[in-house]
Design a protein around this ligand. Structure first.
Ligand code: AMP
Ligand code: GLY
Length: 429
């Protein structure tokens, strides 16, 4: 098979790395890719938002299967376009991708499915939303309905902040069209976990659990980012909770999507808040997480290309993948200033020391080769240093040791990735 991966972040580097190991894959292509992906696949400068350009590329290169990394093309209907063209593309149709494309839609599906989620109200008019703020309990969560690159969720402490948030989203349209509708949601406390499954609408194949670290600073301080590190498995998701997530969230939601006539085929990611052992759904994504994909795939055994192919042909029950009882952890190295303004073009050194290791892999995100062939920074999240070990403390130590050999000007990273998981493990012993 010729396989095209769409995207250019750390998640896509991990997908490319894993797909490359498959005997079924002949040529591996990526659009647009990055400096790390370039080492493992042929990259083409086509943007993930240019669906027509991607179709042309896929036809020209006789692509047999397309794997879509980011959400925007899925929500824009890329899967439907490729299906019309007769090319296998992994992911939900546009109508099923609304689970991520509209938070109000996701909440309706959750409510209908009886899945645990925070109390909510949806508004189309700023006046109505402002009026509803009267008598609300604080903190309160104010969410833009549509895609906002992870920035459309504002947690407010009082009514004044809530009014400002409604205005920012609905009147000033800080997140554009995403803010034409708003969701007000009660604030939940607990521990977050990412629960990602593959499904063909019938069989549900849960991937290993994981935990992201969304805030920029240690101790979960500062603004939200795309994710500053992740590990897998997440000790908070023990066997009983895993079962509860499948029974109360994933299975009913997949069933509801079938019943509506919009079956969900692809990757379904539930962002959960675990509170008193109840898995409340904060959001759905219809793609792999970034950086969760890096540790999940680094420790996965099995053929990813075969698994995706089975998913597409609704034969997922035949998939043979497993996660032996080891752990993996990924530390994101970012550019100073991220998630705000940052500089690009800083030369990265020390990568070669880590190549060829079986237990450590540096997945590239915002990197490119400059005119002199040097690898330089090209984004907010730059690298994901990922290590495998028999347990969480060991892979954590390995990952941070590897981080020490890498340098670029303005490199920042969290020092506490995995600590919460380790604390939970020692508390349960
Ligand atoms: P979302 O994009 O909906 O997952 O929201 C982004 C982040 O905001 C989540 O990962 C949580 O950290 C936080 N968040 C979202 N909804 C809630 C909620 N109802 N209660 C507490 N925190 C929330
Ligand atoms: N790491 C969070 C996400 O991929 O949405």
């Amino acid at each position: 098979m010729n396989v095209l991966v769409i995207g250019g972040g750390g998640r896509e580097h991990a997908l490319v790395w894993k797909l490359k190991q498959s005997d079924l894959v002949n040529a591996l292509l990526c659009a647009p890719g990055n400096a790390g992906i370039q080492e493992e696949a042929t990259c083409f400068p086509v943007s993930p938002s240019d669906i027509s350009g991607l179709l042309t590329l896929a036809r020209e290169r006789s692509v047999d299967m397309v794997v879509v990394g980011p959400e925007a093309p899925l929500v824009a209907g890329i899967i439907d376009r490729f299906a019309e063209a007769g090319i296998v593309a992994i992911g939900p149709t546009q109508s099923a991708a609304r689970l991520e494309g509209s938070k109000a839609f996701a909440k309706e599906i959750l409510k209908y499915s009886g899945a645990p989620t925070a109390e909510f109200e949806v508004f189309d008019e700023p006046g109505d939303a402002l009026h509803a703020l009267e008598g609300k309990a604080y903190p309160l969560v104010v969410k833009a309905d549509g895609l906002a690159a992870g920035k459309g969720v504002l947690i407010v402490r009082d009514r004044e902040e809530a009014e400002a948030a409604v205005r920012t989203i609905m009147v000033e349209r800080a997140f554009g069209e995403a803010g034409s509708r708003i969701v007000l949601e009660s604030f939940l406390e607990g521990e977050e976990a990412s629960f990602i499954v593959l499904t063909d609408g019938e069989t549900i194949l849960p991937l290993a659990s994981s935990q992201d670290h969304k805030r920029i600073h240690d101790g979960d301080q500062g603004p939200n980012t795309g994710g500053m590190g992740a590990y897998s498995p997440a000790p908070v998701v023990d066997e009983a909770l895993h079962e509860r997530i499948m029974k109360t969230v994933i299975e009913p939601v997949v069933e509801t999507m079938n019943r509506r006539g919009t079956p969900f085929l692809g990757i379904l990611y539930a962002g959960l808040m675990i509170s008193d052992d109840i898995p409340y759904v904060l959001e759905f994504n219809v793609r792999m997480g970034d950086p969760e994909t890096q540790p999940i795939l680094f420790r996965m055994h099995g053929d990813l290309a075969e698994t995706f192919n089975l998913l597409h042909y609704r034969q997922l029950h035949k998939a043979r993948v497993s996660w032996p009882s080891d752990a993996a952890l990924c530390v994101i190295l970012a550019s100073k200033g991220y998630p705000g303004i940052y500089e690009k073009g800083k030369v990265i050194t020390g990568l070669e020391e880590l190549t060829g290791r079986r237990d450590v892999k540096v997945f590239h995100a915002g990197t490119k080769k400059n005119a002199e062939g040097k690898i330089v920074t090209n984004g907010g999240r730059v690298l994901g240093v990922t290590a495998l070990g028999p347990d969480l403390p060991t892979c954590r130590e390995k990952a941070y040791l590897a981080v020490e050999s890498i340098h670029f000007e303005g490199m920042v990273y969290r020092k506490d990735i995995g600590l919460r998981g380790i604390q939970r493990l020692s508390a349960s012993q």
